[in-house]
Design a protein around this ligand. Structure first.
Ligand code: ATP
Ligand code: MG
Length: 158
């Protein structure tokens, strides 16, 4: 359905803030304007839940999680950045594979199946977006995805 993304994203973050550990801070960097996207809200919420849950789960020492949206003209770019343990460069693409879990010992302790990001990738691509990761080991991880913007004004700019 047609959805104004910034209002919707604020609501998703508000809901998270009610039940996250106290030592974790969510920092929003969302633009002021209105940005319409065509999304399945339940599915998009699943994408955001998976990524934000990871950021919380893999930030053992707490710290900040930055949630950012940038207007790239034809699409929005959403990034979720944590200050956790990070992911090795050679594993950055693998984390989107089914059942892949970096660092077995850590993963076993923290629980999970290794499906979260694989599902997120499928759902982002179903929305005609792309998803990827950046990370510096020991410094943190950023998960980034894009979402096409709907034509704001028909006939304008053509
Ligand atoms: P599930 O999401 O199914 O409960 P999971 O969190 O292990 O399990 P994914 O969300 O798919 O699975 O993530 C895959 C792997 O990528 C994780 O096991 C972890 O090793 C790594 N990973 C994902 N997000 C982060 C992050 N923010 N920081 C560090 N490592 C991460
Ligand atoms: Mg996960």
């Amino acid at each position: 359905e047609r959805t104004e993304f910034i209002t919707y994203f604020h609501q998703v973050i508000d809901r998270f803030e009610m039940h996250i550990p106290e030592h974790i801070e969510l920092v929003r960097e969302l633009p002021k304007g209105k940005f319409n996207v065509w999304i399945d809200k339940d599915k998009m919420t699943q994408v955001l839940d998976n990524i934000i849950s990871n950021a919380i789960k893999y930030s053992p020492e707490g710290g900040k999680i930055q949630l950012k949206v940038e207007n790239k003209r034809h699409y929005l770019q959403v990034s979720i950045r944590d200050e956790g343990l990070g992911i090795a460069y050679d594993k950055l693409e693998k984390i989107f594979e089914r059942f892949y879990r970096a660092d077995r010992a850590r993963s076993r302790k923290l629980g999970g199946t290794g499906l979260g990001l694989a599902i997120s990738k499928e759902l982002v691509e179903a929305h005609h977006g792309r998803i990827w990761a950046r990370s510096k080991e020991g410094r943190g991880t950023t998960i980034i995805f894009t979402l096409p913007l709907m034509n704001q004004k028909r006939g304008y700019n053509r």
